[in-house]
Design a protein. Structure first.
Length: 591
């Protein structure tokens, strides 16, 4: 249960805001909501936040808390502008559906029809025929990110990104895994721009912001509206949130009121103020789960830039199941979330401007409080309803089938004796022991520095077979969620070309800097390539980046980062001049 902080205490703390245009709540509901979020802000040192609730097509509550600009004592309210991060992706998906309706873009057409210069290769022997729908659902196999220039002061354009992708390979075959990809959405923004012969910025402004009366929203910086932009904070201190290269993946700025209009669009089946913005059938398609048939199925439910989960809602007399649909957005300092529940015709928005925003920005949590207090409906967010899974093809492993090497990326698990598995991750020694009731599932203990024991109760490992391959999976004990982490790897001999790379490197290619901001800062970056236990290891140490990863060597010139999931399978190339290429960066060997 959430503890309520007395209102008088909150007033003395200077957090509560009175700037408010919408309030159709019962007094107790308003008190509970305001007390809850003021308490969360104080606890987590969050400077400013805004929220809005929509029900039956109307905004029924909106307010702000704390400060948009603490130094100048400017309060946050429902008209304060925040960056909404990856919520932008849902606008991109809507734009593509509008263009599909016009016949300008086909979702099952190859991406090369729209971006012919994109020639990224594949190492999987497939036809690599990525279609637009694959990119919408994060199942294209495109790299998740190109780090250089993603967060920076002066981002490169889309042509630079395409050029960098062409130096790489896909990380998976199509429809192999749900792998969240910012670069895929960056490319979708360019498809939108070319189809309409305009810019992504101008398309969204004309075809989404304007008809939705989102008059305080923008993508590229607006000097006038920017005066209401909330400054960002780390631990209560003002900092700078960098720009984002892939605009269509995460650069929209908006307010609680504007985003409430956006929620109204979904609750009104694609209409706003009597105008049909997108066909209702297309909107329903956008909300459906399109990733249930991926090869490595982890139970995600994702449409076109919309996540969904089902929950039980109870009253004193009955219960029902509803679907919570939406998307969050995170930059370094701004954290946002929006959700809606079609069955209850209700939705909410939450926006924050501090690095600890994720501790309070759940729009679903806001709706849980509202429903409980206002309608006596109780939604059980801790226990989502699990959908029946007819696509599972996994089988259990016999202990002898588990033996081999598993490259997780930061570390390697070498299974020799399935009765007791040990490996190291930094200063920690990890010990896995099979559970007596299920030999495929392993409990986990950690020994820091080899001597300080820590029992991990929330995480377990299991081993499964899928079409002859053996996978290591992480299991969240509390939620039951399973995640593929590594596949048993055949360890080939390291080619002489890679042995010749061992040594220290410094950054020699173009670098898009982010000065005085919390983003990855590769200034004075040093890369080391070395070998250990039969694996080639890449280490990068920079001002604001440290990464160590074991590589799977694919060929004389190509290695890929180990592990499964986001940020894995990334190309590490030996260039013709002997330099090393990785994620948009080029490193030259120190002589």
């Amino acid at each position: 249960m959430i503890k309520l902080v007395p209102v008088l205490l909150l007033l003395s703390a200077g957090q509560v805001s009175f700037a408010q245009d919408y309030n159709a709540l019962q007094p107790r509901t308003k008190t509970v909501i305001d007390s809850t979020y003021n308490a969360l802000m104080l606890k987590n040192k969050i400077q400013g936040a805004s929220l809005a609730i929509v029900r039956d097509g109307e905004i029924i509550y909106s307010t702000g808390y704390g400060f948009a600009d603490a130094a100048n004592n400017i309060a946050a309210d429902d008209k304060t502008i925040f960056r909404v991060g990856s919520i932008t992706k849902s606008f991109t998906a809507l734009a593509l559906l509008q263009l599909r309706e016009k016949g300008l873009v086909q979702l099952d057409a190859p991406v090369k029809n729209y971006l012919p210069e994109l020639t990224i290769g594949s190492r999987f022997g497939d036809n690599n025929e990525i279609v637009v729908r694959d990119m919408l659902t994060h199942t294209s196999g495109l790299p998740c990110d190109v780090t250089n220039g993603f967060f920076c002061d002066a981002p490169p354009d889309i042509n630079w990104l395409i050029k960098e992708l062409n130096k790489q390979t896909t990380i998976y075959p199509r429809n192999y895994s749900f792998a969240y990809s910012n670069v895929a959405y960056g490319l979708l923004g360019e498809i939108i721009a070319r189809a309409e012969q305009t810019s992504y910025n101008d398309y969204v402004k004309q075809h989404l912001f304007a008809p939705l009366d989102m008059t305080s929203s923008f993508i590229e910086w607006d000097e006038t509206l920017g005066k209401r932009f909330a400054k960002g904070y780390i631990d209560g201190k003002e900092s700078k949130d960098p720009l984002i290269r892939d605009q269509a993946a995460g650069l929209i700025h908006s307010t609680a009121i504007d985003m409430a209009h956006y929620v109204q669009l979904y609750l009104n089946n694609g209409a706003f103020n009597g105008q049909q913005i997108v066909d209702s059938a297309l909107l329903q398609e956008m909300e459906q789960n399109h990733v249930k048939d991926v090869y490595l199925n982890e139970g995600a439910s994702y449409g076109y830039a919309l996540f969904s989960r089902r929950y039980k809602v109870r009253t004193d007399s009955d219960s029902s199941i509803v679907t919570v649909i939406g998307h969050g957005g995170d930059t370094y300092l701004h954290h946002a979330d929006f959700v809606f529940i079609p069955e209850l015709n209700i939705g909410a928005v939450m926006l924050t401007n501090s690095e600890r925003g994720p501790y309070m920005n759940s729009a679903a949590q806001l709706l849980e409080i509202y429903l409980r207090e206002e309608t006596q409906q109780r939604i059980d967010l801790k226990n989502p309803v699990k959908a029946a899974d007819s696509s599972k093809r996994e089988t259990a492993c016999a202990p002898s089938e588990m033996t081999g090497d598993y490259n997780f990326g930061p570390f390697v698990m070498r299974v020799k004796n399935p009765d007791k598995l040990t490996f190291r991750q930094g200063p920690a020694k990890i010990v896995l022991k099979p559970k007596s009731e299920d030999a495929n599932v392993y409990s986990m203990k950690v020994k820091l520095l080899g001597i300080i024991p820590i029992k991990v109760k929330t995480q377990e490992f299991k081993f499964v077979q899928l079409d002859g391959n053996v996978f290591a999976k992480g299991v969240n004990v509390k939620s039951g969620k399973e995640q593929y982490l590594a596949v048993r790897t055949a360890l080939p001999a390291i080619p002489e070309s890679w042995k010749g790379t061992y040594g220290k490197y410094t950054l020699v290619g173009e670098y898009y800097a982010c000065k005085d901001c919390p983003a990855v800062d590769m200034e004075d970056a040093v890369m080391t390539i070395r070998e250990k236990d039969g694996f080639v290891i890449m280490e990068i140490h920079a001002k604001k980046m440290d990464r160590t990863t074991n590589l799977n060597i694919v060929s004389e010139k190509l290695g890929v980062t180990g592990g499964l999931g986001r940020g894995t399978g990334e190309a590490v190339n030996i260039q013709e001049n002997g330099n090393i290429y990785y994620s948009g960066f080029e490193f030259g060997k120190v002589k």
